[in-house]
Design a protein around this ligand. Structure first.
Ligand code: SER
Length: 327
């Protein structure tokens, strides 16, 4: 495939669960040299294939400097505080989530960037939204401060598109499950942790009730959706707040029963904490037919296919770590 090397991409929050994988996918498309990764702290891997710059997204001047220095044409703004962590310090979470986004939108407007990607979340919905197959256009009365910031952020994205023509595109991600890195501070994180416990023969204590259904997605589908949305023709993107998408919907009990087909000895217990209440306020499943219609969204992974692939990859990782003497 011929690489498109005319774009210079800046990723914020690049050390996070999504950022680390999206950077590779974007590099395959645009070339490694055209990807600038940024985060508040230096990346965990000592050998970095991408140019890294330390960036606090609340620092507007620093963001401007980087956009100028690298002639940036697209920003993937992933830096955020997730739902559970956000409840510990609502004002700080609000500041990071909102100021960060507004800085990116302003820079996009001033410098006329080609495109911006910003993730929203199923957290924009609340207890008054329909629980099952929540429609694209539905009641949005979130109860977490994370959800409030995502809802407000969606409206700001729409505002910048309508008023200034900033081509900002967004997805309402469900819980994302991947094998390369751990999420941090989310309510759906249990669905990643449980795989690691199974592979390491450790007991798993679930912080949600066993029948708590939530919308979820395997990382390759999340990456695919992001690239597909960003590739879509501008005129096909009719939703300028954020698109509903999901890959699957399951409960901890259903996931554990699938995992036990590979690791029958996994010991799982349930000790719901404050995150249960957050999960209860969210939809159990999402209707993503608008994304399907407007830019051909279609997930590849079912729960069965995902669990199988997770274990194939985690076992490979484990063997490599053992070879390196880390385990
Ligand atoms: N995965 C996120 C969280 O749990 C939802 O967007 O916070």
């Amino acid at each position: 495939m011929q690489k498109n090397t005319t774009q210079k991409i800046l990723i914020t929050g690049a050390n996070g669960q999504l950022g680390s994988e999206l950077a590779d996918a974007l590099a395959a498309k645009f070339g490694t040299d055209n990807i600038i990764i940024t985060d508040i702290s230096i990346p965990p891997n000592s050998v970095q294939k991408f140019k890294f710059e330390k960036l606090d997204v609340m620092d507007f001047d620093a963001l401007v400097r980087l956009v100028k220095k690298y002639h940036i044409s697209q920003i993937y703004h992933l830096a955020a505080i997730l739902s559970a962590k956000g409840e510990n310090n609502p004002k700080t979470a609000w500041k990071i989530n909102m100021d960060g986004l507004l800085n990116v939108l302003e820079v996009a407007r001033i410098f006329g960037l080609d495109k911006v990607f910003w993730p929203s979340s199923i957290a924009v919905f609340g207890p008054s939204s329909p629980k099952n197959l929540t429609p694209q256009h539905s009641i949005t009365e979130p109860e977490t401060n994370y959800g409030i910031s995502k809802h407000a952020g969606e409206l700001w994205c729409n505002y910048y598109f309508q008023k200034y023509g900033v081509d900002v595109r967004s997805l309402r991600y469900p819980g994302i499950i991947g094998y390369k890195s751990m999420p941090g501070g989310g309510t759906t994180d249990y669905a990643v942790e449980v795989f690691h416990k199974a592979v390491n023969n450790e007991p798993f204590i679930c912080f949600l009730e066993k029948d708590m259904h939530l919308p979820m997605m395997f990382m390759p589908d999340a990456i695919k959706a992001t690239l597909q949305l960003m590739d879509a023709k501008k005129e096909n993107i009719k939703v300028r707040t954020s698109y509903n998408i999901q890959g699957m919907s399951f409960s901890p009990e259903a996931l554990i029963s699938e995992i036990k087909k590979y690791y029958p000895e996994l010991l799982a217990t349930y000790q719901p904490d404050f995150r249960q209440k957050i999960a209860e306020s969210w939809p159990a499943s999402i209707d993503d037919k608008v994304a399907k219609k407007e830019w051909n969204w279609k997930p590849d992974f079912t729960i069965k296919k995902m669990v199988k692939e997770m274990f194939v990859q985690l076992e490979i990782q484990k063997k490599e770590l053992m070879k390196e003497g880390v385990l």
